[in-house]
Design a protein around this ligand. Structure first.
Ligand code: ADP
Ligand code: MG
Ligand code: MG
Ligand code: MG
Ligand code: MG
Length: 446
């Protein structure tokens, strides 16, 4: 059932909703929200709710400070937590952002993704589907409620996150997600101590990104209730696996059929699937900054932890950037393994879709798949097979992004410009740091 204005208002009354969070995401990927009381709901649903955008860093220029929030009716959702003292409940609506002139605001990542989806429709496809596999760590809190990292004093290695503590918390997270319409497919402990993964059924692009944002909010909220801190930082612990967020993607055609599937070819992948992979390979260096946006992201993209380091694709093994899971039919999909959970999902999906569509439009043939473990290939063997490295630092990745008009276009000049400026500053600040590793290594040697 599609939500209408009247149905939402009736639902709010029936369920004793007192407050509504109007949510959107900034360029950095942080969820922002403006909370309104029930009396303002109708006004909000009529697209008349404004907010002062100038308070949001990196989001607007001063002269465009008044923005309209345009709620997406289908995102209407009543939370089961944060019940205030009077027992009234809190609901949320995810919004696009319009300017004072009531045009889509170019700095809105969600609205920007719609722009790339329009291009996809013009090319004859009906939807772009995303099934993400986010990983995260649950950390114990200290007496002051701050997350602890006492893994390094190898003493308490196994005490650090007693399995039952983490698993109980994860079960509560899954229960909460199920109440909020997530179709959970799997939830399991990951390789590192304290590390978990939860997978749910794929959705079309916008909804899938909305769900990632809600997911992070729910995981953090439920973890707090269990006296744990949930972090989506890509590589919190040296020597342990980092947290990724594999993106499983597929295109459906206008008949609702999976456009990556073709029964008649040897690998049962369509021409378009191959071209999409071609685009993903061609632009891999350029979109890495968006999928791996932190200095810390590059500490995850190293050898030895199942994280991709090389630009290649495979149907068999899990070392390359792109894997084609063996399912076919409607589940035919491409798995991009570089993305990490610090990425802004709306921006990441926009660059990935643009890269793939460029492959389709320009019939970009991918290189041969590499079906052996790339980590064990010598540099010469990789060279011979045309396997290049992913950017190995944020500064390298920013330079690659900046040099790619097609990837910059996927985000538009406003978001691209802001992103490059902010990330350049972030890297410059990091570069000047003197780290513990340097002190350990050099202080007493020289
Ligand atoms: P892995 O084998 O890499 O651990 P998972 O089974 O954990 O993969 O996750 C697979 C993800 O792919 C799920 O989110 C699932 O819903 C999603 N998926 C399945 N079919 C499609 C499809 N056609 N398009 C996009 N995602 C899909
Ligand atoms: Mg998985
Ligand atoms: Mg699996
Ligand atoms: Mg995993
Ligand atoms: Mg996976």
């Amino acid at each position: 059932t599609k939500w209408t204005k009247d149905r939402i208002i009736a639902d709010a009354h029936e369920n004793n909703v007192h407050f509504i969070r109007l949510m959107f995401t900034d360029i950095r990927g942080t969820i922002k929200n403006v909370e309104i009381p029930l009396t303002q709901l109708e006004k909000a649903l009529e697209n008349n709710m404004t907010f002062d955008g100038s308070s949001i860093e990196g989001f607007v220029r001063i002269e465009e400070s008044d923005m309209y929030l345009i709620p997406d009716y289908d995102s209407w959702m009543i939370f089961n937590w944060d019940v205030p003292s009077d027992g009234g409940r809190i609901a949320c609506l995810i919004c696009d952002v319009d300017t004072t002139k009531r045009e889509p605001f170019l700095g809105d990542p969600r609205g920007n993704l719609r722009r790339v989806l329009d291009k996809m429709e013009a090319l004859g496809f009906s939807s772009f589907n995303l099934g993400p596999e986010p990983e995260f760590f649950l950390l114990k809190l200290d007496e002051d409620g701050r997350p602890t990292m006492d893994l390094n004093d190898d003493g308490g290695y196994f005490d650090f996150a007693p399995t039952d503590l983490g698993e109980n918390c994860r079960r509560d997270i899954v229960l909460e997600l199920e109440r909020l319409d997530f179709e959970i497919e799997a939830s399991h402990h990951e390789v590192a101590p304290g590390q978990h993964e939860i997978d749910w059924k794929y959705n079309d692009a916008i909804r899938a990104c909305d769900k990632i944002q809600l997911f992070k909010l729910i995981v953090k909220t439920v973890a707090r209730r269990h006296n744990l801190y949930a972090t989506f930082m890509p590589k919190p612990i040296y020597g342990e696996s980092g947290s990724g967020m594999h993106f499983n993607v597929s295109l459906f055609d206008k008949e609702g059929k999976n456009a990556f599937f073709d029964e008649s070819t040897p690998d049962q992948l369509s021409k378009d699937a191959h071209y999409f992979i071609g685009g993903l390979i061609k632009h891999a260096s350029a979109y890495t900054a968006i999928c791996n946006p932190l200095v810390n992201s590059y500490k995850r993209l190293v050898e030895g932890y199942e994280a991709p380091v090389y630009i290649a694709w495979s149907e068999r093994n899990r070392s390359p950037l792109i894997r084609i899971p063996s399912s076919r039919g409607n589940s035919t999909r491409i798995e991009l393994r570089s993305v990490d959970p610090s990425a802004n999902p709306y921006l990441a999906l926009a660059v990935i879709l643009q890269a793939g569509l460029d492959g389709i439009e320009n019939k970009i043939e991918p290189p041969m798949p590499i079906d052996r473990n790339i980590y064990t290939m010598t540099p010469e063997e990789r060279m011979a097979e045309g396997v290049f490295d992913l950017p190995s630092s944020l500064s390298e990745a920013i330079a690659e992004f900046e040099a790619s008009p097609i990837m910059r276009d996927a985000l538009g000049p406003h978001i691209s410009g802001n992103f490059i400026a902010e990330k350049t500053m972030e890297f410059e600040s990091y570069k000047k740091q003197v780290t513990q590793w340097e002190l350990n290594k050099y202080l007493m040697m020289y």
